[in-house]
Design a binder for this molecule. Structure first.
Ligand code: PEP
Ligand code: MG
Length: 590
């Protein structure tokens, strides 16, 4: 019978790293690297001149931006000028007179299309003609042309970096790579899944996807070549599978699983109303991490005891300038208000590494884009203007609620002292202007996320009001395995004995010095680790808000003395595999 015939599966399955849980089903939106995707529309004849003028104004704005960047470079160390100067000169030249500018202008007139589309078409035409010439020099120049074209398109859209605003509902974003800033722009109501070729489990792109609750699979070899625009795609963020053009049976199975997961979520949401107390009666503090302001309501709904980590970077992403102090102040004040007196731990800017922002890094961009360079507090101590500006804003906002200040990427006692001095200077300058600051000034704590800081935590505890262990970076730096690189994802393991012992050491130092210690890396939100962390003496965890109910469920199932004994046993082990087994066996008991 015809109905019994199995139709050969058209579906293709790719496998990568499931980094954000859940099942996303939707239509592929393939993002070509290089040129930003913009809408295309026709321009009526009577508006052609206005469109050409709009284009010329955008060229002028982009030229000014490049000239501004060039001028900044001149004041900095010669090395940067040597590296970046010629590139910016080439950009400037191209924005003054080039085939790109002339060609795009001509296309607006002859093809009657909008300026953004004209720029893209001209770039495609240039790429085509370069390809025919097969010349390595020209291939390199094409990158420069694309760089200028992107700048022009952003300038034209007058909404810098808004490249995803036109996505239809139920899109699955497919790309070579998404930066954390790209991910921050995705609208979770429109995007039902993400999959990329590059990216590791604990990079900031993965964290951002989890924060937005978008099912995501990163580090999938071949996925960009294997999916076409418009294909139906299932992203299984738990198993790490990406299924392209699924057959009916697969689709039905995944839809059923999605319904089941929604039901589990509803059941878990009841956890909100019960306290986070272990079986033996020990109270545990569960706070939330915040990456983007849209999460703050969820933080409140999930019954978090406060914000244990406010990653302030979001306010500085996706823009070419530094936001005015009043704008940052208002954003912070609004978040603090939602928390209704619960603690809000504001981390000062942690730019650098994969969270690169040209406007902030300025002349230090080369060093700051390295994970071992001027990241976090290191960059801010070079940019005292930025450091003091942040303290001014946070101190102003701190008068409206319960604020703690946290310093990222601390390595030495001297860095903490200098940061404190900058905070005092900021407080003085506010007072001189008659602006209120909290008395006493807010507590200043530090992230323990560099192995040296964990090893020397006793000294750092003397100058810090609290510790927050950043296990994401601590794991990366201890194991020399980049958290955002899928090629070393198998080495990136928080259960390596070196990482476990460093976490323990930092927690012990805090206890000894009598200061609070929490952990705000991603393992805080994974119930697999709850027993270990509590057993190591960390009774304060901060995580992505949606993870709170499951972790609370784990806390309530645990017996703390038993978890402590198991953690002690784990500290004696040297083999990560054995540690994982000991933890999983223990977890199976409760
Ligand atoms: C960490 O490193 O663990 C951390 C919480 O900070 P981030 O992930 O922002 O680097
Ligand atoms: Mg970190």
């Amino acid at each position: 019978m015809a109905d019994d015939v199995m139709i050969p599966a058209r579906e293709k399955v790719f496998t990568g790293l499931g980094v954000s849980s859940g099942i996303g089903i939707g239509t592929a939106h393939v993002r070509e690297s290089g040129v930003i995707q913009v809408p295309e529309y026709r321009i009526p004849a009577k508006r052609l001149n206005a469109e050409k003028e709009r284009f010329q104004e955008a060229v002028e704005r982009a030229r000014k931006q490049v000239a501004g960047l060039r001028a900044k470079l001149e004041g900095g160390p010669g090395r940067f000028e040597e590296d970046l100067g010629p590139l910016l000169d080439a950009y400037h030249q191209m924005l003054t007179d080039s085939r790109l500018v002339r060609g795009a202008l001509a296309r607006i007139a002859t093809e009657r299309i909008n300026a953004e589309a004209a720029v893209q078409e001209e770039v495609a035409a240039i790429a085509e003609s370069f390809k025919a010439m097969d010349d390595a020099y020209l291939a390199g120049r094409l990158d420069d042309i694309r760089g200028v074209a992107n700048r022009l398109v952003r300038s034209l859209m007058n909404k810098p970096y808004q490249t995803y605003s036109t996505l239809p509902r139920d899109s699955v974003v497919v790309a070579e790579e998404l930066t954390p800033a790209d991910t921050a722009r995705l609208n979770p109501h429109l995007v039902s899944g993400i999959t990329t070729v590059l990216g590791g489990t604990q990079g900031h792109t993965a964290i951002m996807a989890r924060a937005l609750e978008i099912p995501t699979v990163l580090g999938v070899p071949g996925v960009l070549d294997g999916i076409r625009h418009g294909d139906t795609v299932i992203v299984d963020g738990d198993s790490g599978r990406v299924i392209v053009n699924p057959g009916d049976a697969t689709l039905r199975a995944y839809e059923a699983r999605r319904v089941e997961m929604a039901r589990e979520r509803r059941v878990l949401s009841r956890m909100r109303r019960v306290p986070a107390v272990t079986r033996d009666g020990t109270e545990v503090t569960l706070m939330a991490n915040v990456e983007l302001p849209i999460e703050v309501n969820l933080v409140h709904q999930m019954g978090a005891a406060g914000i244990g980590l406010l990653r302030s970077e979001f306010m500085y992403m996706n823009r070419d300038d530094i936001p005015p102090e009043d704008e940052v102040y208002e954003t912070l004040r609004d978040i603090i208000a939602v928390m209704e007196g619960k603690p809000v731990t504001v981390r000062i800017l942690d730019v650098g590494g994969e969270k690169a922002t040209d406007a902030l890094m300025g002349e230090y961009a080369v060093s700051a884009s390295s994970a071992l360079g001027l990241r976090g507090i290191r960059l801010l101590l070079k940019r005292q203007d930025l450091l003091e500006s942040q303290f001014r804003v946070i101190l102003r906002a701190a008068t409206t609620g319960n604020v703690r200040i946290m310093l990222p990427m601390v390595t030495t006692v001297g860095e903490v002292r200098k940061a404190r001095q900058a905070m005092k200077a900021a407080a003085e300058s506010l007072k001189e202007r008659g602006i209120a600051v909290p008395e006493p000034l807010p507590p200043v704590g530090i992230m323990i996320e560099i192995p040296a800081a964990a090893l020397a935590a006793d000294g750092l505890a003397r100058v810090s009001d609290f510790f927050s262990i950043g296990s994401n970076d601590l794991t990366m730096y201890t194991l020399a395995a980049d958290r955002g690189d899928e090629q070393v994802a198998h080495l990136y393991n928080p259960l390596h004995p070196a990482v476990v012992r460093l976490i323990h050491r930092a927690a012990e130092a805090a206890k000894h010095a009598g200061i609070p210690v929490s952990l705000c890396g991603e393992i805080a939100g994974d119930p697999r680790y709850t027993a270990l962390l509590l057993g190591l003496g960390i009774l304060d965890l901060s995580m992505i808000a949606s993870k709170l109910p499951r972790v609370k469920q784990r806390v309530r199932a645990l017996d703390l003395p038993a978890a402590t004994r198991r953690a002690q046993g784990i500290l004696d082990q040297g083999d990560p595999g054995r540690i994982a087994m000991m933890l999983d066996d223990f977890n199976a008991l409760f």
